[in-house]
Design a protein around this ligand. Structure first.
Ligand code: BDR
Ligand code: CA
Length: 336
């Protein structure tokens, strides 16, 4: 089966952790590297979480490059994200201190190097603020044309926002970066709140997964428990949205997404709607379309797919622990 080779720009983050798990559980995907950015928690924490997750999952051969610690222009939001994702960024999960360190190169330089080395071969996923991606575009004029496809979790097109009444967190956290990326010419698939809020993982789903006695099932429980508390408190829902994992559907189950091509941009005017993503549905801006955007999804089908993949990963992980093979497992074995 041909695999899609992916570099993931991320700010782990509870749902970022679930997206990493889903990528590692998906035979369609070869996850080649992570680049980190501040977002849900500080850059130090997102980088530590990325390394710790990979080591926990026996995927320590996947390199991690540390990126930007602040947005381009606006000040970072501070510790607001800890209310949602927990103090560490991974909820109740307590992962051992990682032995690996991030590579020497800055994430922006690493992205440039990897994409220019193989133009048109690698797909970039961005599930945090777009600071690293925007700087790569600005620093190296050939970067944009080297990216095969960019899949972004971000924005609220028809729906309301989750950080202001109008804006979604990733885009609002660095709207100027989003503006650069949206207007870069890279082929973009945008997965906004319009779709992700239809993919609700319930506590009953997590209990079902935990019928399997496995570190994977426990990790899913531990990263989502506090996240679900937040949803219950603020949204009255006993579960959580699978925002970042839904990006993976663009590769493993695109038929679940309702994708429409539009000209989409982001407000950077500094007013109440800063960070708001808007689509030119009526074509009044006379601009060419710059992305396909998921405006709907078969949400429950995606959640079932997510759980199936976690169950399979949990069984594989258990077998490998039992056979003592986990220490030397190359990443693709998990995808077999
Ligand atoms: C996005 O913001 C973050 O809190 C999540 O990790 C996700 O990437 C959802 O708005
Ligand atoms: Ca994220």
């Amino acid at each position: 089966m041909p695999t899609i080779r992916i570099i993931l720009d991320t700010d782990p983050g509870a749902d970022d952790a679930l997206a990493i798990l889903l990528m590692l559980a998906s035979p369609e995907i070869q996850l080649e590297a992570l680049t980190t950015v501040q977002g849900n928690v500080s850059l130090e924490k997102t980088t530590r979480n990325a390394l710790a997750l990979l080591e926990f999952l026996n995927a320590r051969h996947i390199q991690v490059a540390k990126g930007c610690s602040t947005p381009l222009i606006k000040p970072p939001h501070g510790t607001q994200g800890e209310e949602v994702h927990g103090k560490s960024g991974l909820g109740q999960a307590v992962l051992p201190e990682p032995k690996n360190k991030p590579i020497e190169a800055h994430a922006v330089d690493y992205l440039i190097e990897r994409f220019l080395a193989e133009p048109g071969e690698l797909t970039l996923f961005a599930i945090g603020p777009l600071t690293n991606v925007a700087l790569a575009i600005r620093k190296e004029p050939k970067f944009a044309q080297s990216v095969k496809e960019l899949v972004i979790m971000g924005g609220a097109v028809r729906s309301g926002g989750n950080i202001t009444p109008l804006a979604e967190f990733n885009i609002h956290e660095d709207p100027h970066a989003a503006h650069i990326v949206f207007n870069s010419g890279i082929p973009i698939t945008l997965i906004p709140l319009d779709a992700t809020y239809k993919c609700l993982l319930t506590s009953a789903d997590v209990d079902r997964l935990n019928k399997i006695d496995s570190p994977i099932a426990r990790l899913v429980h531990d990263v989502t428990a506090d996240y679900m508390e937040f949803y219950l408190k603020y949204e009255g829902f006993n579960g959580c949205a699978l925002h970042d994992p839904l990006t993976v559907a663009a590769v493993i189950a695109p038929e679940l997404l309702t994708l429409e091509k539009h000209y989409v941009n982001v407000d950077i005017s500094g007013g109440i709607s800063t960070g708001k993503t808007y689509a030119d549905f009526m074509k009044v801006a006379k601009q060419p379309t710059n992305m396909q955007v998921a405006l709907d999804v078969k949400g429950r089908e995606f959640v079932e797919l997510f759980i199936e993949r976690m169950e399979r990963l949990a069984y594989q992980f258990n077998e490998e622990i039992a056979s003592g093979k986990e220490q030397e497992r190359p990443r693709n074995d998990i995808n077999a």
